[in-house]
Structures are given as structure tokens and as C-alpha cells.
Design a protein around this ligand. Structure first.
Ligand code: NAD
Length: 301
């Protein structure tokens, strides 16, 4: 019997399916801090987490029976992968499961940014009718610059083409793109794009990939969308550019500190902000959980 710890919530139906697999004994225990995880983890052979549980070096040291840690979702930021590998524990995730959820969210933020949905909504809730000051622009005919044309970037590009946008993309690798998307250098993307959307992981190279120097070279009135990771955009530089009017609006799902200590960027009237919910669509979460089940069956059963 393999003991499986589900440390962040999965959809109830997926959890039931997981429990029904012969040979698995499944325990759901969420909201654990490091101390509680250290106490809990030793008896388990596998752990399933989403983004909330931090599987630290100390927790991994205590995981004496652990064979496999799975993150249901993209990224492995909340797992000390090096410590796990040193102990011979496999670490994996479900990188493709939520791409569409995140891409649709990026597109929602893009539409909200160009049409002032955030401000319009707040104003209506104050029982105002500010029709004249809330005019926006279309996406049609505009150039979208995609920084990082991987799984999510490609899904965003597909949707942008359907809206009649021109799409250019920058990536560190040459990506085979079966779409009408031109891969360009970062400088060219920055100079040409009306809207820039980020879909890179946060690494040493991508930290502040959009900062003062890049913002300065962008078109006046550019729109920035970030659903990647906080820190890819320099938040202080973005706020300065919003205040000067260089950036017309920004749609942000991710922040350097989550939740932010300093809400001045979120408070800017031209920022539409969401609390890192890009992947939080039911279908994406279900796809991720079903993939987790497949991985568990394949590697542990
Ligand atoms: P992916 O690995 O498929 O694509 C990332 C792309 O970025 C790759 O093509 C890669 O070559 C490129 N890249 C890496 N370093 C680069 C650099 N220095 N300059 C230019 N390009 C670079 O990843 P994905 O599945 O498309 O996810 C993109 C990011 O979205 C993730 O890394 C994650 O941070 C973020 N994400 C956010 C949410 C959310 O809820 N908002 C959910 C899932 C993922």
C-alpha cells in the first residue's frame, strides 16, 4: 500500500477518483506550515501539492519514505527540487494542464485594459455613468508582443490572431510556430508592440526583463500584461511609467511579493489586478489533477 499525501486541495471528484485506485491510501491534509509538514510527511510515499504548500529542505529531510512529489500545475517554485533530487525523490509537475486557463486570463486582462473594464466597473458601483471618460481602443489591427512563446504564449498568440491582431514574439530559443507569428529580437518587439504580454518563467535572465530602459523604448501609451511571474516586470519602473502616461494601462495577475506589501501599483487607476488566479479555472485544475493521477499510477502503482 502506497501512502499519498494530498497537501493542497484537489477537486472533490478527482480526490474521490484518486482514493478509488487500488493500492493507494490517500490522506487530504491542507494548510500545513513547515513544522506541521515535517511532522506529517515521514509516513508518506508520495505528496501532491499545488502552489500553497511549501515543500522546504527541512520537510524533504524529514520525508524518509518519499518517492515522488507532484505539483499539480506549472512551475516548481514551492518545492526545494535540489534537496529532493539529492535524496533521490522524483519531482514532477503538470506543465500543460492549465495553459488555456492562463492564456484566457491574459486575454481577459488585455480586453479589460484596453476598454477600462476595471474603472468602469468601480464607477458603476458608485452609481456613476461616466460614459465619456471611459472610451478605450480596439485590439483589432494592433501589434501584440509576446515575450516567451512557450505553451501559454502560443495560446495567447492564437487568440490574438483570431482578434485580428498582428503578433510578434521574442524567445531565447527559436520556436517552431505554426501560426502567423514573427519571431523577433527583444529590442524590435519593444519598439513595435502596442501591447506587450509576458509568458516567461522567472529566472536570473528574466528578472526585470521589463524595467526603466525597456519601458522608455516602448511606444507611448503601450499596454503591459503580466500573468507570468512577479518580478519579470520591475514594479517600481512600471508604476513610474503608468504615472508618466508612457504606459496607458497594465493588467497584472502576478506580483513580486504575493500578496503585495505595497499596493501602490494595484491602486493606480489604470491597473487592472487579479490575485494570481490565471490557472484557477475549473477545467485547468481538473486537467492538472487528472494528470497527477496518471503520474501516480505510472510511477507508484
Ligand atoms: P513554457 O516553458 O512553455 O514557456 C516559457 C517560454 O519562455 C519558453 O519558450 C522559454 O524558451 C521562454 N524563455 C525562458 N527564458 C527566457 C528568456 N530569458 N527570454 C525569453 N524567453 C525565455 O512555460 P508556460 O507553460 O508557457 O508558462 C509561462 C509562465 O507562466 C510560467 O513560467 C509561469 O511562471 C507562468 N504561469 C502563471 C500562472 C498564473 O496563474 N498566472 C499559471 C501558470 C504559469
Amino acid at each position: 500500500m502506497k501512502k499519498i499525501l494530498v497537501a493542497d486541495s484537489l477537486s472533490p471528484e478527482v480526490f474521490e477518483e484518486l482514493k478509488s485506485i487500488p493500492g493507494f491510501e490517500v490522506t487530504l491534509k491542507t494548510g500545513m506550515d513547515e513544522a506541521e509538514l515535517i511532522k506529517t510527511i515521514p509516513e508518506f510515499h508520495a505528496a501532491v501539492v499545488r502552489g500553497a504548500t511549501k515543500v522546504t529542505k527541512n520537510a524533504i529531510e524529514a520525508a524518509s519514505n518519499m518517492e515522488l512529489i507532484i505539483r499539480a500545475g506549472i512551475g516548481l517554485d514551492n518545492i526545494d527540487v535540489a534537496a529532493a533530487q539529492e535524496k533521490g525523490i522524483q519531482v514532477t509537475n503538470t506543465p500543460a494542464a492549465t495553459s488555456i486557463s492562463v492564456a484566457e486570463h491574459a486575454f481577459g486582462l488585455m480586453l479589460a485594459a484596453v476598454r477600462n473594464h476595471g474603472r468602469a466597473n468601480l464607477s458603476m458601483k458608485e452609481h456613476k455613468w461616466e460614459k465619456k471618460v471611459l472610451s478605450g481602443t480596439e485590439l483589432y489591427g494592433k501589434t501584440l508582443g509576446v515575450i516567451g512563446i512557450g505553451r501559454i504564449g502560443l495560446e495567447v498568440a492564437k487568440r490574438a490572431l483570431a482578434f485580428g491582431m498582428k503578433v510578434i514574439a521574442y524567445d531565447v530559443i527559436e520556436v517552431k510556430i505554426d501560426l502567423d507569428v514573427k519571431q523577433v529580437g527583444l529590442e524590435e518587439l519593444i519598439a513595435q508592440a502596442d501591447i506587450i504580454t509576458l509568458h516567461v518563467p522567472l529566472t536570473e535572465e528574466t528578472k526585470h526583463i521589463v524595467s526603466d530602459a525597456e519601458l522608455e523604448k516602448m511606444k507611448d501609451g503601450v499596454i503591459i500584461i503580466n500573468v507570468s511571474r512577479g518580478g519579470t516586470v520591475d514594479e517600481k519602473a512600471l508604476l513610474r511609467a503608468l504615472e508618466s502616461g508612457k504606459v496607458r494601462a497594465a493588467g497584472l495577475d502576478v506580483f513580486e511579493k504575493e500578496p503585495p506589501d505595497d499596493f501602490s501599483l494595484v491602486d493606480n487607476p489604470n491597473v487592472i489586478a487579479t490575485p494570481h488566479i490565471g490557472a484557477a479555472a475549473k477545467e485547468g485544475q481538473k486537467r492538472a489533477a487528472m494528470e497527477v493521477i496518471e503520474i501516480l499510477k505510472e510511477r507508484l502503482a
